[in-house]
Design a binder for this molecule. Sequence first.
Ligand SMILES: Cc1cc2nc3c(=O)[nH]c(=O)nc-3n(C[C@H](O)[C@H](O)[C@H](O)COP(=O)(O)O)c2cc1C
Length: 199
Amino acid sequence: MKIRIAYFIIIVLHLTTGCSHAEPVLSKKILIVYLSRTNNTKAIAEIIQKNTGGTLVALELEKPYLENYKQTVQQVVSENETGFLPPLKTKIDSIENYGIVFLGFPTWDMKMPPPMKSFLHQYDLSGKTVIPFNTNAGYGVGNSFYTVKELCPNSTILEGFEIKGGVERDGIYLAIKDEKAKEAETEVKQWLRKIKIIE
Ligand SMILES: Cc1cc2nc3c(=O)[nH]c(=O)nc-3n(C[C@H](O)[C@H](O)[C@H](O)COP(=O)(O)O)c2cc1C
């Protein structure tokens, strides 16, 4: 009799918890990893941090890119051609503790920048929810969001966010500031609600 009651309780508990062992998205710990040269992507990362309370981590390289824009573009093009992955100075402790990882990067050469590729090769995001966000000079994300899918084959990838940032080629560095930063915050919040990260 006792055993039957125990079975009954187990079945009821199982049914009331929806038979699912998945943790609700909102209860997962959030990491926001971003790459930013002229601080536009950083501005979006900070808005996400303010609205989600996640941990913010900037990707830094062992050997930073040059200040010169044209030389940097050339270097990035050649790194993309050879598949070179620049070594990261940034180390992330206990990545296994995070269930949601936001990935922020600018479009470079219409692709994901090599340092973000280095990050995704170095850290295994299997089983996590991955959410990309991007700033660009107005030409869009290129194939960078597709690369997120390729490099995180065992993650749940949610709809990403993109916004126009700076145009370094024309000497426009940080564009997401003042009024533009307020507009960006409204857009970011709409997106975070849509993907059910905030209410
Ligand atoms: C090396 C390099 C390559 C870039 N390539 C592109 C590109 O292909 N398409 C684009 O729209 N913007 C391109 N940009 C512009 C950046 O995506 C844009 O300025 C972005 O907002 C910069 O973000 P950040 O301030 O976080 O570094 C490039 C910038 C750099 C430095």
